[in-house]
Design a binder for this molecule. Structure first.
Ligand SMILES: [Zn+2]
Length: 68
């Protein structure tokens, strides 16, 4: 195995890692949270249904978006 092969494997590992992270963000039944990760406030079911992988309440989401 030469350096180019090793580099290729590193890239593939990095991609796999990214994909795995992506999956946890956008798929899976258990990532919707009923409580805000920022402040612990209850997140309404309507909001959780509207926003997949919703992790924050509306207040915190707006705060985060304002920062970004
Ligand atoms: Zn919150």
């Amino acid at each position: 195995m030469d350096d180019a092969d090793k580099a290729q494997i590193d890239i593939e590992h990095a991609i796999q890692h990214k994909l795995a992270q992506h999956r946890t963000l956008f798929d899976g039944p258990d990532v919707d949270l009923s409580e805000c990760v920022e402040c612990g406030a209850h997140i309404s079911e309507a909001r959780r249904k509207a926003i997949h992988n919703c992790r924050t309440c509306i207040d915190c989401q707006q705060r985060i978006e304002a920062k970004a």
